[in-house]
Design a protein around this ligand. Structure first.
Ligand SMILES: Nc1ncnc2c1ncn2[C@@H]1O[C@H](COP(=O)(O)OP(=O)(O)OP(=O)(O)O)[C@@H](O)[C@H]1O
Ligand SMILES: [Mg+2]
Length: 248
């Protein structure tokens, strides 16, 4: 894909979104910044963006292969992804297979309890309002998505879960929960956007039961980047590391 990267469109807490000379394509730069607790805890960890970008690219490819429409176009180099520009829907769609994190603090669930069927939770993506939990009536009243879009997002999220639970299981990783963001492409179709990485998923090593994700940072422990590198190592094939020229 031959596009020229232009100036910034916007800059979030962990990524920069840059315009290109094609109005329908953006370049997503994965930075080394990491935050937790709505940006209260912050750090910069060398190579974090590099690993997140290749992990995300791999997962978007796996999902596209399974028929899930995503933003993903190409990873011209680790750290920088070409993606379809989406009109983002400000909802954090969280799917939970196993109880961990905020759901255990806010409801009488037991840490580690399995949810069958999985739970989908939708939070309003707004730092200003503290990402409050939504329901369908509130989404409709806010005018951020239609009833049909909400059911499409739910359907896609369950499908993504089926694909990813199996994908990670084969690689020796448990997927307790993850957060997704969706948007509309230029034809109005809902696509998975943003990123799917150890910043946005809980990933547990099947053998040790230990986290390989942002929980290590949330707990103030060492070894965040080495865990992210380990995830890349576990999920990428030789073919991936060769075509992307990845150093693990
Ligand atoms: N394909 C896409 N097209 C346009 N915008 C996108 C796309 N994918 C993700 N985004 C948006 O780009 C930003 C990504 O940056 P990042 O994840 O660093 O931000 P954030 O801190 O989560 O959110 P905020 O926007 O509140 O700063 C998010 O606002 C996200 O919604
Ligand atoms: Mg984000």
């Amino acid at each position: 894909m031959n596009v020229k990267i232009d100036g910034p469109l916007y800059s979030g807490k962990a990524k920069d979104v840059l315009m290109t000379d094609d109005p329908e394509i953006v370049a997503v730069r994965f930075r080394d910044d990491i935050t937790a607790g709505d940006g209260e805890k912050k750090d910069t960890l060398e190579m974090k963006g590099y690993y997140n970008s290749v992990i995300s690219a791999k997962i978007f490819e796996v999902l596209e292969e399974a028929g899930v429409p995503t933003q993903y176009l190409e990873l011209p180099e680790p750290g920088c992804m070409l993606a379809r520009k989406l009109d983002m829907i400000p909802i954090e769609v969280i799917l939970r297979n196993i109880a961990a994190g905020s759901i255990v603090r806010r409801f009488p669930f037991t840490e580690g309890q399995e949810f069958r069927p999985p739970i989908i939770q939708m939070d309003y993506k707004s730092d200003e309002h503290g990402d409050p939990m939504l329901n369908e009536d509130i989404i409709l009243a806010l005018g951020i998505a239609t009833r049909d879009e909400i059911s499409e997002i739910r359907r896609m999220t369950f499908k993504i879960n089926d694909v990813l639970v199996e994908f990670f299981r084969e690689k020796g990783i448990i997927l307790p929960d993850f957060k997704l963001e969706f948007g509309r492409d230029s034809s109005g179709r809902i696509r998975l956007g943003d990123e799917v990485s150890p910043d946005t998923c809980r990933l547990w090593d099947m053998e040790t039961g230990k986290p390989l994700d942002k929980d290590i940072f949330r707990r103030g422990e060492e070894g965040v980047v080495s865990a992210y590198r380990r995830v890349a190592e576990m999920i990428l094939d030789r073919e991936d590391t060769e075509r992307w020229n990845i150093k693990i």
